[in-house]
Ligand binder design. Sequence first.
Ligand code: GPP
Ligand code: MG
Length: 285
Amino acid sequence: MTTHDTTTPVLASRYQQSVADYWNREKNDVNLRLGDVDGFYHHHYGIGSADWSVLDAPKDTRDEAIIAELHRLESAQAEFLADHLGTIAPEDRLLDSGCGRGGGSLVANKRFGCHVDGISISETQVAFAGAQAKKRGVADKVRFHLKNMLDTGFETGSYRAIWNNESTMYVDLSLLFAEYSRLLARGGRYVTITGCYNDAYGLPSREVSTINAHYICDIHPRSTYFREMAANRLVPICVVDLTEATLPYWELRAQSSLVTGIEDAFLTAYKNGSFQYLLIAADRV
Ligand code: GPP
Ligand code: MG
């Protein structure tokens, strides 16, 4: 893979530096202990029905049972995203944009046997993810890079599919989709799972603003996704509202010992209609 101008700094603003600082320091149990279950470390939430019986497990195994169940729901979300990437051959290249600790890249490689480039602006995440790929013996096909998703330097038209799993709220979508339009092969697929605010509610609710403050992000309205896709030759082929499907994950997480304090904001925002959890898949035409 050729890259251009390696002298361009990865972090292009003080805002991006503050986001990198957050993720370089982040060590939440809810991410590390879930990833420890099977070595797939995710930075997204879960979908699907929960097995509530884990809440009644004996005291000494309750935490472990809840962790396994939350991880199962997060894994289901990663598989659901991979279901929408289209037909992928082992020689194809995929881009996991905002890859976190690399779980999604490893899921895609396991399923398709393909090449995956994962990118993050956090040095600790890139190092962690790279170590996982090595541990699994797939480092020849799954590579992690310290890169800015708005300016990757990767080769034009070189990707069969690109995804963002809950990372678009850190960037301007007009810049992001312009870069993806350049990177994707004609007929390639873009997929995002994202939390967006609901235009039909109005502007961001108090809870949406709380989520923004918690993660130092800027949740976009639903409309911006479609406007910026249309402006960048990305034509939606599938939209799935996952809001109902993610509620059990948050209800279970809120009753666990792994709470980070943001659980009530998610539950309230989803329930009052101000916030939506969506999958959007689009073709590069
Ligand atoms: C982090 O996942 C996800 C984000 C920062 C994006 C915000 C998501 C929205 C849908 C608005 P994580 O797994 O690192 O977070 P946590 O530590 O809370 O589990
Ligand atoms: Mg998490």
